[in-house]
Design a protein around this ligand. Sequence first.
Ligand code: FPP
Length: 242
Amino acid sequence: MKPSTFGDEIGLHVAIIMDGNGRWAQARGLPRSAGHRVGATAVRRVIEAAPACGITTLTLFAFSSDNWKRPGPEVQVLFRLFERYLRTETASCVEKGIRLEIIGRRDRLSARVRHAMEVAEQATAAGTTLRLRLAIDYSSRDALVQAASHGPRSRAQLEEMLGAESGAACRTRDVDLLIRTGGEQRLSDFLLWESAYAELYFTPVAWPDFESGALADAVAEFHRRQRRFGGLVLETRSAVAS
Ligand code: FPP
């Protein structure tokens, strides 16, 4: 299948809460950090598989603003992984036409991490196959409060501001499909505005075990759902009219 470019926004926006790393590791007698390391390989797999699934925007929840409550060593492992990922994957993103963006606060991150983010964003800015957004130190409520503080007068303006607040290069985009791995069924302050009409897909599979086939299954389930956006389906509408 020829992937559509994200400039025209024809493809899907899929957002993923990558949950279950810690439990995956603990179930194997490993430290939680091992789950995050293996989770990074699942990130690569999913990014690789996304364009063939018709996904043109992929937003991954890598670190929530509430994750600062975790023990320091776990937070350090995560940020080392993010930095390494940004440094080692940028060339491959350029080659594959992936535009990388980081959404979330940057003021609490180290200069090293911020620098790695800026370099990756600049190097991949011309990508048109997949817009890959990593949410790091991200809180949807905080982003909404910040956007609202500029006094938007319309939904469109709020969406412009949400995009700008979260550090993205464009207006924020509605989520079509929101996937959460790891068995929990909640949104955890992720893309609350953008997911107003998202189809929700929860799977018990832990993130490190999430294979490209699992992404294709989730997208296939999305296509089986009937999206009505508060309206009626055609058959029902004619039944009501008659
Ligand atoms: C949630 O699992 C996962 C995270 C808080 C971190 C997500 C990070 C990665 C997948 C690592 C690599 C990411 C990139 C972008 C390179 P959890 O620790 O809450 O798992 P648990 O619910 O089983 O404890």
